[in-house]
Ligand binder design. Structure first.
Ligand code: SF4
Length: 470
């Protein structure tokens, strides 16, 4: 089984990888299926049913909007995020949608998309069904999809992948590993760093030059996202009236420019980087899933920390960025293979916990850590997020999600520092922490898994969600 680094780091759109990116990908796939059948021209109506977590929190996460964009042929990595609101308003006003530039059909958002708040489909919490009918209302094509986290989508015929939850493929990697122990053994045997192992594996799909260039592009998008988040002000969409705070924080930190103040304030800057990304995500902006949108701020925050506050960056330059991302991805792959990166499956420990472990590992590698120290940092990152529930207020990826990224970033830096001060020996292995996360997620009540029916989400009066904005 092979997962590419670019399966984990995908350029997409906010606010949620499983609820926005996944449904858009599913709608793209549905259109492809219709085209393959030769039935696109005969479509007269389309209906969409969202179930489980997609039904319960899909309005707040923009799932309906994402499906419509997908049906229009838009892709998460290329959709013009600035134009989305206008496009959505046009569909709502005209009650019509154009299917990938081929034909326009009637589409009433209030009638043709159903959010099933209390019904789920078997096999996964994020289920959806899309149905296309002809003018006689006969079904031309219908398909069930599951958005299994991080923008990964499988259809009903791929149930094995839903259980696993990895898309099966036959690709053979030069250095396969599926656990932390296997990865450490590989590094020892081959005398390679974790980033070396990942790079050699990734070259199955792309040349080394392409891998490096694509990773630097990921880094560019992360920087653009932080920059946008540091400039944009106002209230986040969706009805909670959450005020954006990154721009004000940025302004205040920029006024503390003595060297001493700057260094003492490094944690403030880390908070800023994470807040900026997750405010952009909440506003439906361009983000990199890392490994999900909800937790998209942690890895960029640590990369920015590395660039601005660590001497090693000055010595290693862009190579450090590349090695950071490769190492983080190795940890993310192990978590995805053995547990989950989806809040709907295992709660927020799978999102923030995974991103924290990945970022801690990436930072440890570029600060000169051994594979054992990196494994230790990843383990600390997971261990101290175990049990973290997913309870977004109003179904929006805002409270507690935005702040949670800042907290996860600070934890990741501390995990790395603790690991670097040790020799790699520690009590609980990374693999054991990952399995514990999986089992804790299994035991967690559904209300704590991205349904907004428990935790903080029910301590606040339910807020109506504005479908135009979210
Ligand atoms: S609480 Fe955590 S898992 Fe849930 S939506 Fe927010 S970031 Fe994602």
């Amino acid at each position: 089984m092979a997962i590419s680094i670019f399966d984990l780091f995908k350029i997409g759109i906010g606010p949620s990888s499983s609820h926005t990116v996944g449904p858009m990908v599913a709608a793209n796939t549905f259109l492809d299926g219709l085209k393959e059948q030769g039935n696109l021209g005969a479509v007269d109506s389309i209906s969409v049913d969202l179930y489980g977590s997609l039904g319960a929190t899909g309005k707040g996460h923009g799932s309906g909007k994402a499906v419509l964009l997908g049906l229009m042929g838009e892709k998460p990595d290329t959709v013009d995020v600035e134009s989305v609101q206008g496009v959505m308003q046009e569909i709502l006003d005209s009650k019509k949608i154009n299917l990938a530039g081929t034909k326009t059909i009637d589409f009433d958002y209030d009638v043709d998309i159903t959010f099933h708040r209390k019904k789920s489909l078997p096999f996964h919490a994020n289920g959806m069904m899309i149905t296309a009918c002809d003018a006689s209302e006969d079904i031309l094509y219908d398909k069930i999809y599951y958005s299994v986290g991080g923008g990964f989508v499988v259809d009903d015929s791929e149930r094995d992948e839903i259980k696993s939850p990895i898309k099966q493929n036959d690709i053979e990697l030069p250095h396969p590993f599926s656990t932390g122990d296997e990865l450490l053994a590989l590094c020892k045997k081959e005398k390679l760093s974790i980033s070396d192992v990942m790079l050699k594996n990734e070259c199955v799909w792309n040349s080394e030059e392409e891998v490096r260039s694509k990773l630097l592009n990921i880094w560019n998008v992360m920087q653009e996202c932080v920059n946008a988040g540091c400039k944009n002000t106002g209230i986040l969409p969706g009805g909670l009236k959450v005020k954006r705070r990154a721009a004000d924080l940025c302004h205040s930190l920029e006024n503390e420019l003595t060297h001493e103040q700057y260094n003492q304030g490094s944690m403030d800057w880390v908070n800023l980087f994470a807040l900026a990304v997750n405010e952009e995500n909440a506003a439906g902006g361009r983000v990199v899933t890392a490994p999900t949108n909800g937790a998209a701020g942690i890895i960029p925050a640590l990369l920015h920390y590395y660039v601005h506050f660590c001497r090693a960056y000055k010595e290693n330059g862009e190579d450090g960025i590349i090695r950071f991302l490769l190492t983080a991805a190795a940890i993310g792959i192990i978590i995805k293979e053995n547990a989950s990166i989806s809040g709907a499956e295992v709660g927020c420990q799978g999102e923030i916990g995974s991103a924290c472990a990945m970022a801690a590992a990436g930072l440890t590698e570029v600060l000169g850590g051994t594979p054992e120290q990196i494994e230790n940092a990843a383990e600390i990152g997971i261990e101290h997020n175990l049990g973290l529930t997913c309870d977004p207020i109003g179904g929006l990826v805002q409270v507690p999600c935005i702040e949670r990224n800042a907290m996860g970033s600070v934890k990741a830096i501390n995990a790395s520092r603790m690991a670097l001060r040790g020799n790699g020996e520690h009590f609980v292995s990374f693999d054991k922490a990952v399995i514990t996360m999986r089992e804790t997620g299994r035991d967690m009540a559904t209300k704590y898994k991205e349904t907004s029916r428990g935790g903080l989400a029910i301590q606040v009066v339910e807020v109506p969600v504005n479908i135009v904005e979210c």
